[in-house]
Design a protein around this ligand. Structure first.
Ligand SMILES: Nc1ncnc2c1ncn2[C@@H]1O[C@H](COP(=O)(O)OP(=O)(O)OP(=O)(O)O)[C@@H](O)[C@H]1O
Ligand SMILES: [Mg+2]
Length: 436
């Protein structure tokens, strides 16, 4: 297997020179994925024969389109507020529409354009990581990256549009019908399949930022993982873990990773357990608005997960009892295992998938009141704008740089002497959000 190697330096300057005009390289956009071998992010730091190549050339076989900033302005109506979908740690997201007038052969479809806020170096690195990973990984449960723009200081990403937005919006928004049990189990299975694919790839990938806001939903509630900015190549050879800076999101990161900086696929399994717990309880992993004992979801709920009598106490009241009891017990037992303090006792993601498959049949759901589900405005882009995002934009000022008042803050790294990064009592976990 030939492993393509590129170095960051070979990419970054070429980006700032401007994009390779797509017209001049139309064939690269449509070349076959099969001719493209995945290279590891680690390879980015090695000198190689590809010094003179730029990003678009390096990713030539990936089917990614290279857009100009002008083109993205046109498709988003100059990033108009009417097209605003939301805002995350890296910048604003707008809806746009592409078709073959933009590029011959391009399927007519809505897209989401993420415009990175380039105030910190971190943003660029994460943008690059995302492009490189998503260019090479394709799966029904990973969001599809259609293309990117790298023009002067501008860094944008163009994804397939996911009509139902994020699981976070769907699960925690206040004024809506709650997600039914069957849909929750479908989302859990889809997201588990996405993670299992990453962990079992020829070159395994650790996702590192598994959380409700990074699970996007299509119109049928198929879950797709987005945001690969923190993804890491898994350990190779005899290595048991990757030593790295502690990055991720408070409330979702595995305790051993936070303490030691040792990252394994089992860190993702822990985060999966947190999201499964959020699906069962309808509560956020961290919620400062609750009583002190209940603010940390895992600490509060984990002891009750394996207790059949107590499980009912933590189940989401918005389900109004409309869930399979057997299914809930199995899902709770699975969450319990995923949330084990000992990484080795957690199941592999492929086992998680196997456990969740049978939970898709929900024959023993009690027959309750008839709920008529309507697709309301809340499923449209304006929902994000009207609820979470416009709120968080205001909160941004109030909250002194915290973009999501109610969201779990991302952790920033602390660098130790030996370059291993560790969280102690002064850890960023206990401090404020990443900010940008
Ligand atoms: N492909 C997409 N289709 C539709 N909406 C999207 C898409 N990508 C992102 N969004 C919307 O944009 C919003 C911001 O997404 P983004 O990934 O930038 O931030 P986040 O996941 O909310 O936060 P964080 O920065 O912590 O990951 C999300 O709430 C989501 O609803
Ligand atoms: Mg995200």
């Amino acid at each position: 297997m030939t492993v393509m190697k590129i170095i960051l330096k070979s990419i970054i300057p070429s980006c700032s020179k401007g994009v390779v005009k797509p017209e001049s390289k139309p064939k690269k956009d449509v070349s076959k994925q099969s001719s493209f071998t995945r290279f590891a992010m680690l390879d980015l730091s090695y000198p190689s024969s590809m010094l003179s190549e730029d990003l678009s050339t390096s990713l030539a076989g990936s089917n990614l389109h290279v857009f100009t900033l002008g083109e993205l302005k046109v498709i988003t109506q100059s990033f108009s507020s009417a097209n605003f979908l939301g805002e995350g740690g890296f910048g604003l997201v707008h809806k746009g529409f592409i078709d073959d007038k933009l590029r011959p052969g391009l399927k007519a479809q809505p897209v989401a354009v993420k415009n990175l806020d380039l105030e910190g170096l971190q943003g660029h690195r994460e943008w690059l990581t995302e492009v490189i990973f998503l260019a090479q990984l394709r799966h029904p449960h990973l969001v599809k990256l259609i293309g990117y723009c790298c023009e002067e200081e501008h860094r944008l990403l163009v994804y397939e549009y996911m009509p139902r937005g994020s699981l976070e919006n769907q699960l925690f928004r206040r004024y809506s019908v709650s997600l039914p049990w069957g849909t929750r189990m479908k989302i859990a299975l889809g997201a588990a399949k996405g993670l299992a694919y990453l962990h079992e790839a020829e070159k395994p990938v650790i996702y590192r930022d598994f959380k409700a806001s990074n699970i996007l939903l299509d119109s049928d509630h198929n879950a797709k993982l987005s945001d690969f900015g923190l993804a890491k190549d898994g350990p190779e050879g005899d290595d048991t873990h990757v030593s790295t800076r502690v990055m991720g999101t408070q409330g979702y990161a595995a305790p051993e990773y936070v303490m030691t900086g040792h990252l394994t696929a089992m860190s993702d399994v822990y985060s999966f357990g947190v999201v499964l717990l959020e699906l069962l309880t309808g509560r956020r992993s961290l919620d400062k608005n609750r009583s002190p004992r209940q603010q940390n979801l895992v600490e509060w709920a984990r002891p009750m997960l394996n207790d059949h009598w107590k499980l009912g106490r933590i189940m989401d009241p918005r389900l109004e009892g409309q869930y399979s009891e057997t299914g809930a017990r199995k899902a709770a037992a699975l969450a319990y295992q995923c949330l084990s303090q000992r990484p080795k006792q957690r199941p592999k993601m492929c086992d998680v998938v196997q456990t969740l498959e049978p939970l898709q049949d929900n024959e023993d759901i009690p027959i309750g009141p008839f709920v008529y589900m309507v697709r309301t405005e809340s499923c449209s882009p304006k929902e994000d704008k009207g609820t979470k995002e416009s709120g968080s934009k205001k909160e941004l000022k109030k909250d002194n740089g915290h973009r999501h008042q109610n969201k779990s803050p991302r952790m920033s790294p602390i660098r130790l002497k030996n370059d291993t990064l560790k969280n102690g009592s002064n850890s960023p976990l206990h401090q404020k959000s990443r900010g940008a």
